[in-house]
Design a protein around this ligand. Sequence first.
Ligand SMILES: [Zn+2]
Length: 65
Amino acid sequence: MARNMYPGVCYACGKWVPTGFGHFERYRGHWRIKCVKCASGRDVSMTDREVRIAVNRRNGRDLKC
Ligand SMILES: [Zn+2]
């Protein structure tokens, strides 16, 4: 599942989800966000590679890896 490029509120727990800290899914014609904690029970930190990739993608830069 791809990480969220835009921040929003987790539909499962109602917490704020910064860019890269959750997943997004198509739901009834719009996008909704589920935080990684609710999706997989994992804690995410700002330094996670997947967070940096999502942030860079939002900023228009793809990481070369
Ligand atoms: Zn959540």
